[in-house]
Design a protein around this ligand. Structure first.
Ligand code: ACO
Length: 319
């Protein structure tokens, strides 16, 4: 049976940096509060004329360069985003055009902060079932446009960025298993309830969140999903080389590691510099750990995400 393997990674952060100190002059907050409650020090903010597909192009070009393949070998593009360029067409189609790829399947996945894990799991299944050979899987977000910059409980948490991986068919195991879950009964706990109808925005067009409920839920499922992935592969937590969790809050990440009995030096964190980039956070963190050579061949790596919906999931990889 065919397997899929990650053959290239890339990421991109927009040039403008907004520090916690900068935020102190925008809302009633402090660097100390943000650092101590979230671990965030700064976030990147997209330029006015940058769209999610532009961030994605930059990340994808780096992934394509590191994989050393011709773009026309790509026969599937899946983009995970909560901030598409347009309501339609998909950001994946816009990205395909910007990359100059002539003919392939291209679509978006919407699972918010779990989006990249959902997209990677889907691409893996396309490859395993022989429907494609080389897939480009992207998480790209411009959350700064979804935030109410007068609401200190949400605007300090998020940032913009993109990450991408290329996966291709392999005789050797790469992606070992993927595990996806959703519980839509929580759809109201973390949402952006606005929508476009009759030429107008209906409802509130900003991120709205019950922070404490999200926090408790995330800590529970981030532990459970790792156990589920390990159990299916007969692995112990001590055999995991790297955990790459969704970067929402350093306290969620540390609680998860503690409950798993995993030392923090086996956890990749980028929250301090990137904040929460939703579907982009996992591929961004993965690319950084690949490029600084923490990730080495044959290591076991768990990618895990949790987000609005609620959705959550994990992908276990033998690098
Ligand atoms: N600056 C200063 N004070 C603040 C700020 C701020 N930015 N935001 C809230 N406060 C105040 C509150 O008003 C409250 O004041 P009060 O005690 O006078 O009422 C106090 O700080 C404590 O507020 P809490 O909400 O209880 O603070 P908590 O320690 O729970 O941290 C946080 C809030 C950071 C949002 C936390 O609940 C969290 O991270 N939740 C997870 C949410 C999340 O990550 N969402 C992202 C998307 S989902 C995902 O990616 C998984």
């Amino acid at each position: 049976m065919a397997h899929s393997k990650i053959i290239g990674t890339g990421s991109y952060l927009p040039g403008k940096i907004l520090t916690n100190q900068d935020l102190e002059s925008i809302v009633d907050t402090s660097d100390l509060w943000i650092r101590s409650r979230t671990g965030i020090e700064q976030r990147h903010i997209a330029a006015e004329d940058e769209m999610a597909s532009d961030l994605a192009v930059n990340a994808c070009l780096k992934a394509i360069e590191s994989a050393e393949i011709n773009v026309n070998k790509i026969d599937l593009i899946i983009v995970a985003t909560t901030t598409p360029d347009m309501t339609f067409p998909s950001t994946a189609c816009i990205l395909q055009n910007k990359l100059g790829i002539k003919d392939c399947a291209a679509f978006d996945v919407q699972a918010v902060c779990s989006g990249f894990v959902y997209a990677l799991a889907t691409a893996d299944m396309f490859i395993r079932s022989d429907r494609c050979n080389t897939a480009l899987v992207v998480g790209t977000e411009i959350y700064s446009r979804l935030l109410d910059w007068n609401d200190r409980s949400t605007c300090v948490l998020f940032g913009d960025g993109a990450g991408a991986v290329l996966i291709s068919k392999s005789n050797h195991q790469g992606i070992l298993s993927s595990h996806l879950h959703a519980d839509g009964s929580h759809y109201n706990t973390l949402s952006l309830p606005g929508n476009i109808a009759c030429g107008k925005i209906q409802g509130k067009p900003f991120v709205s969140m019950e922070g404490n409920t999200v926090f408790k839920f995330a800590v529970r499922v981030m532990e459970e999903i790792v156990h589920e992935a390990l159990s299916e592969n007969n692995l112990q937590i001590s055999e995991i080389d790297w955990l790459i969790p969704h970067q929402a809050n350093i306290r969620i990440i540390k609680s998860t590691a503690k409950k798993l009995g995993l030392p923090m030096d086996k956890v990749v964190t980028t929250i301090a510099k990137h904040a929460n980039t939703s579907a982009a956070s996992i591929p961004l963190a993965l690319d950084i750990a690949v490029r600084d050579k923490r990730i080495q061949p044959n290591q076991y790596i768990v990618l895990e995400g949790v987000g609005s919906g609620f959705t959550w999931g994990a992908v276990l990889i033998r690098w």
